[in-house]
Design a protein around this ligand. Sequence first.
Ligand code: DSN
Length: 488
Amino acid sequence: MTTTARPTTGFDAAAASTAYRSALEVIGAVEPRVAAAISQELTDQRESLKLIASENYASPAVLLTMGNWFSDKYAEGTVGHRFYAGCQNVDTVEALAAEHARELFGASHAYVQPHSGIDANLVAFWAVLAQRVELPALEKAGVKHVNDLTDADWTTLRHALGDQRMLGMSLDAGGHLTHGFRPNISGKMFEQSSYGTEPGTGLLDYDALRARAREFRPLILMAGYSAYPRRVNFATMREIADEVGATLVVDMAHFAGLVAGKVLTGDFDPVPHAHVVTSTSHKSLRGPRGGFVLAQPEFADAVDRGCPMVLGGPLPHVMAAKAVAFAEARRPEFADYARAIADNAVALAEGLDRRGVQLVTGGTDNHLVLLDVSSFGLTGRQAESALLDAGIVTNRNAVPADPNGAWYTSGVRIGTPALTTRGFGTEEFDRVAELIADVLGSTTPAATSSGTPSKAKFTTADGVADRTRSAAAELLADHPLYPGLDLA
Ligand code: DSN
């Protein structure tokens, strides 16, 4: 049935069942509806074909680490230098998380306090500003560091920030909102410009990027993506950054698991090349919801000032869970898991391609596949909804130069990390490709009340959603989520 070794982290199902049953009993005694919702969420996750590229299933050890009294502790500051007393155990877990992160990624410095990927990026941006921005007026006033600014200095700084530039990957090419786009504060802090992909191939155009960087002279060259299905050459990115005097910041939130598992190595591993690397801990890395930053020594001190510069108090229970997740990722079986994520993505892409589904860039060499559903006459929104009705959970996503914009889109993004955690192999992903192609090929846009084709409504041929649900249920039953974990 499955062609890859089952990569899930082993756990003691009997002990986990006892732990969760007891927890639900305690919670249910206060608010039974919350206990019921927690229980229902497990059922729902067990019964859905989760293909959202940014989601995964953390191990019971990681999840249990977050539900305890560490949650009650305030711990502003850094290990050994706290603004609250009684942080000795927080120090232990934060130091462990940072040590595991350094070892896992071969980084000289790790900061594990960010609460999310956006927070990690903000920490990185402020660190670069603090280290790199020359503020003549402020220097004259004797200000050496962003943290030393007075109110008057801040006014000057705001003007100074208006002159700073960030060059990031465009959203429709797969970049992320926090890489200098207006709906995010990064788009207000920096004057932004974008680089994109080559029109025919959909591949990153490094020559055009180099030319844009030479012209735009950014303070920050931002790399990383949330919907680009290919590897990025970070050695080339660093060369470009050095040529124009930019700081290279890589957001590896999506592919951190592939870096940890040594699928992305050499020129494709951001850690040796970037000045600062940001990440989340919960996507392909399979840890708790959260973020972290890796930095070269020059930026280490500025990065450590993330809280309170741009972060609320650190979450010790989540830092503890990061330590557990990073320890899991340092085990040899995590490399098997990461390899399986990438092999499964190739099987999924090949299966879709063989069945006539158009793929941005023609395939994948990471954990995700981006479908262009316009050849089916559908918007991304219609495709996403039709797949959901058939029990397949994905998310719509813009494709390069998308005529349908960011709301309706022409694409659907699909990732393999979650189902790979359940033990799906290449044969199962080929079957998933068959199901997706069947649903898309059986779906047509419906008309609006005025008779024009709708961008949201659709019709799927009778029986297709039901037969897909049954086929998905069979696949899922063969690969149970948290096997042996029983809440009843
Ligand atoms: N929300 C994440 C994703 O789905 O890619 C990125 O922020």
